[in-house]
Design a protein around this ligand. Sequence first.
Ligand code: SF4
Length: 333
Amino acid sequence: MERKGILLFSGGLDSLLAAQVLINQNIPLKAYNFMLPYEKENYNPENSAIAHYASHLNLDLTFVQCGEDYIDMLRNPAHGYGKNVNPCIDCKIFFLKKAKEILVDTDAAFIATGEVNGQRPMSQRKDMINHIEKAAGLQRMILRPLSARFFKPTIAEERGLVNREALLDIHGRSRKIQMELAEKYGFTDYATPAGGCLLTDPFYAHRTHELFEHSDRITQRDLYLLRLGRHFRITPSIKAIVARNAEETQTLLKTKSHNDTLFSTRFQGPAILVPGITELTDQQKMIVAALAARYGKPGDSDNDRLISVFEGSTEQTIIAKTVNNKEIEALKI
Ligand code: SF4
């Protein structure tokens, strides 16, 4: 066991302060940020705000993309969801188990987190923190520099690799001490608590639950697509994603794969992606075309209502007919 630690780094103030407390003891740290699988595939976080916060502290940061195993957990979290689709307890256990693998590989002395005793009603209650630690198989290996005095000494502290006296005793929901420390250490820029986790967003959660109901196999791309556009369920297995603006139209055009169908208006209107489907019936195509007419500005003549439909690698032109708004609203997710 070497005198070095692994830090779970979210970019939030607590993780910055946890790093600072350990840096003050000259403990070498290797930081990890676990990216949830709702980012675009091939997303490059190297220029993200989190990378910027890490460089401010001279932290050696590695991004880890959570994949299928996270999605499996998200679908059926053993401890259930928080208010939205956030499986916070299982999510923490998941991160810690990943960190444990790194700990074993690198012979680090501990895993550090920015957790504060009592800060969140569920996942940062002391009994829950201890439960999470046990479930991850990391008893007395997790160091919480901001709240260490509320927990039994870790093995690293007992072995004198970390000076317990220099660790903090912050607890509760007030952020006063953290704000004072932020000022002391010149942290003016940091992520909000929960780091803007999309799983805590009610709108995103609604779409995710709806997707779970209709699909047995969900990929990172599916979760990414939930972030874009307006969604309409055409049949239990067919969904249309309507771009909300020119930027989303460009994104959907770039996102189309050979397994998708894309509707591109020849009038001023949104692109529409039907992911994972290349054999729509004529009737289904007319419904999707009607969505394009509803959210676009087609003209009155047939020529001003044309839509190109790219189904896999074939192209077809159809004319959008108007459908009444009630029918459209009934399909909205
Ligand atoms: S807020 Fe999001 S990232 Fe944080 S523990 Fe909950 S699910 Fe995981």
